[in-house]
Design a protein around this ligand. Structure first.
Ligand SMILES: [Zn+2]
Ligand SMILES: [Zn+2]
Length: 285
């Protein structure tokens, strides 16, 4: 069963070094049918201009090789932050939303932000208003914003799936989406090694998010223990979740049709192995 979404696509976060054309080449050489990119440097505020021809070539090339692509927004963005950070974040996010739509991407994955010293409800309100403001400012009409669950490191929001759900629900209907990161869920206390743990997570997602809103899964193993609250990705099958748990999770029928993206340290051999892991563990039933 694939929940009407068709074949389950798999890929990795893929470098755009040398330009978007190079990225398409990398995806092809590796055999990806899904990929995630940064549309700008992930640790800087500034967004460089994009050559129109490069954008057009990317759109055409992506279609020709039948590649599903999402973007991950910059790590500095915190729409729940203090006034100055929040203003900068909304501005930067609006630019990224516009760029992602211009490139005809499927979704823009964004972190929910950190509450700092604020009470949770106030931080959530600031975040939700910030996301809506960024969408307005971007003057776009299509690209979906996929809010990602967190490991709960520092004061990052959306470790708790009810909180994640509330934030997702705060997005305007047509633009609403979510991204589940397996390493973050595991570090947040969802034990993907056991059938009971996987069932519990699925139930929570069904209740708080809605499977139809889950547009991408970040399939990562975790360097840290279940419930550690610490976000450290590990190559698939080599971390604390481990091969059996991850395989079982990835093969769950409910995840059929939802693209999986590995976000792991790059390397020629590692990329190959991680992609093989994903491709050989698509849902079968
Ligand atoms: Zn992320
Ligand atoms: Zn992630």
């Amino acid at each position: 069963m694939t929940c009407g979404r068709g074949k389950t696509r798999c890929g990795l976060h893929t470098s755009v070094a040398g330009g978007l054309g190079k990225m398409l080449g990398r995806a092809k050489a590796l055999g990806e049918d899904a990929a995630q990119i940064f549309v700008k440097s992930n640790r800087r505020w500034e967004m460089p201009l994009l050559d129109e021809e490069e954008a057009e070539n990317f759109r055409v090339g992506k279609k020709a090789q039948n590649l599903w692509v999402c973007a991950h927004a910059g790590y500095l963005i915190n729409v729940a932050g203090d006034s100055a950070t929040r203003r900068k974040s909304i501005h930067a996010l609006a630019e990224e939303i516009r760029r992602a739509e211009e490139l005809d991407l499927e979704a823009l994955v964004v972190h929910c932000g950190s509450r700092g010293e604020r009470v949770p409800a106030e931080a959530r309100r600031r975040a939700m208003e910030g996301f809506c403001e960024a969408l307005d400012k971007s003057q776009t009409c299509r690209i979906r914003i996929a809010l990602e669950n967190s490991a709960g490191q520092g004061s990052s929001m959306a470790r708790d799936l009810a909180e994640w759900g509330e934030l997702v629900a705060g997005l305007p209907g047509k633009r609403r989406a979510a991204c589940l990161d397996t390493a973050h869920a595991f570090a947040a206390g969802y034990d993907l090694r056991t059938e009971a743990g996987r069932k519990h997570l699925f139930g929570k997602i069904q209740k708080e998010i809605g499977i139809e809103n889950l547009v991408v899964i970040h399939a990562n193993d975790s360097k840290t223990e279940c419930g550690s609250g610490v976000d450290r990705h590990e190559h698939l099958g080599r971390g604390k979740i481990g091969g059996p748990g991850l395989r079982a999770f990835l093969r769950e029928a409910w995840g059929g049709g939802i693209p999986r993206i590995g976000e792991l340290p790059p390397g020629e051999r590692e990329d190959r192995e991680n992609l093989d892991f994903l491709q050989s563990n698509r849902p079968t039933s």
